[in-house]
Design a protein around this ligand. Structure first.
Ligand code: SAM
Length: 362
């Protein structure tokens, strides 16, 4: 079993992304999940999971219980150790310094030496309290479920201990849209771009398409986790700019910190409603639909553009993730997609971002 430490504000969305790197994932407390197995390279490429650890055990969120758990747990490791504790969202009020000291002492009593600078094994001690919504409700039609949300779920108090196995690479700041060679307003931030690329199935050996690629933000992130990427955009300026960005971030000599080879790429000018691709040509489609008030769309009404793009996406791929300023769920169903999950995130007063996860009908 593995312990996953989730990041970001939306655990349901973080769990959805983490499922691209783990099997049998279940949320156990705010900010925490467990999984039967994880793929370390993919954990390194997650946006909204910080760490995966080999689970030693779990108990209630108090230090006494954590000490008892650690005293009794089987440990088949050798070499120096260190303990790092986290109080998720400050929800338990536990002193992390005290937790690190006392749990470290338990390990010393069990015969381990402590090396805070360079331990062979790092024990993660995570404490979290709060309301856990039902895993089955994760992200599914959240807007319709909002009223019932506050009544559902259970209050939990969890301490989970685990040996660090993989950490995600936090280099997103190096790819802020404004720092890229080609920037346009409306570019997606690299964290969300990475997450939706992962949800769409980006990984070595997979091909991901963004038919409205803009500056190529999603394609860069999908390529960095090893997927081959294809982009189209109706505007020549965008297609050229996306090429510039992909060249800058995917044609790099140093090895990737994630540990996978960066994917290949191709970008051309094209219409998302008439893709120059064969049926079933790609593994996943991701697009960030134009926002009615911001984008200029010469040839289509926005409704026709999104409906056309959804049905072309369905023709070329078994899976898609769509980001937009409204839901587009009924258009997705009409295009033959099944709605696997839907997430909403308020960006500011006049913009709520909708993320739809679509799969082929079973
Ligand atoms: C919201 S932006 C995408 C932003 C992109 N995710 C990024 O990070 O830069 C939407 C893009 O759709 C493109 N677009 C509009 N109509 C299109 C069409 N019919 N076919 C392909 N692209 C289109 C626009 O040129 C614009 O670049």
């Amino acid at each position: 079993m593995y312990l996953l430490e989730l990041g970001g504000e939306d655990d349901a969305f973080a769990a959805c992304e983490a499922r691209s790197a783990a099997t049998g994932l279940e949320r156990i407390a705010p900010g925490l999940a467990v999984a039967n197995a994880v793929v370390p390279d993919r954990v390194r490429g997650l946006a909204y999971t910080h760490r995966a650890s080999d689970l030693l055990g779990r108990t209630d969120a108090d230090l006494e219980s954590a000490r008892t758990l650690l005293e009794a747990a089987p440990i088949d490791r050798e070499g120096p150790v260190a303990v790092r504790a986290t109080d998720v969202h400050g929800s338990t009020g536990i002193s992390t310094e005290r937790a690190e000291r006392e749990l470290g002492q338990v390990l010393v009593d069990r015969g381990f030496s402590v090396d805070l600078e360079d331990p062979d094994h790092l024990l993660r001690a995570t404490f979290s309290e709060g309301r856990l919504t039902d895993d089955a409700d994760d992200g599914v039609l959240e807007s319709e479920a909002d009223d019932a949300e506050s009544e559902r779920g259970e209050d939990v108090s969890v301490c989970a201990l685990g040996w660090l196995a993989a950490e995600s690479v936090r280099d997103f700041g190096e790819r802020a849209p404004t720092d890229k060679p080609f920037f346009q307003p409306g570019s997606m931030d690299p964290l969300l771009a990475r997450a939706i690329a992962n949800v769409a199935g980006a990984r070595p050996g997979a091909t991901v398409l963004d038919p409205m690629c803009g500056t190529g933000g999603v394609l860069v992130e999908a390529g960095l986790v090893g997927a081959d990427v294809i982009g189209t955009d109706a505007q020549r300026k965008m297609a050229e700019g996306a090429r510039e960005n992909l060249r800058a971030f995917l044609e790099v000599d140093e090895p990737s910190p994630i540990g996978v080879e960066r994917g290949g790429w191709s970008v051309g000018r094209g219409d998302a409603t008439r893709l120059p691709l064969a049926d079933d040509a790609v593994d996943g489609v991701v697009f960030d639909a134009p926002y009615g008030r911001q984008s200029k769309i010469d040839t289509h009404r926005l409704e026709d553009l999104v409906a056309g793009a959804l049905s072309e996406a369905r023709r070329v791929a078994p899976r898609a993730v769509v980001v937009a300023d409204r839901s587009w769920a009924s258009e997705a169903r009409e295009a033959g997609w099944e709605l696997e999950a839907a997430f909403e995130r308020r960006v500011h007063r006049s913009l709520t971002r909708h993320v739809l996860v679509l799969s082929e009908e079973r």
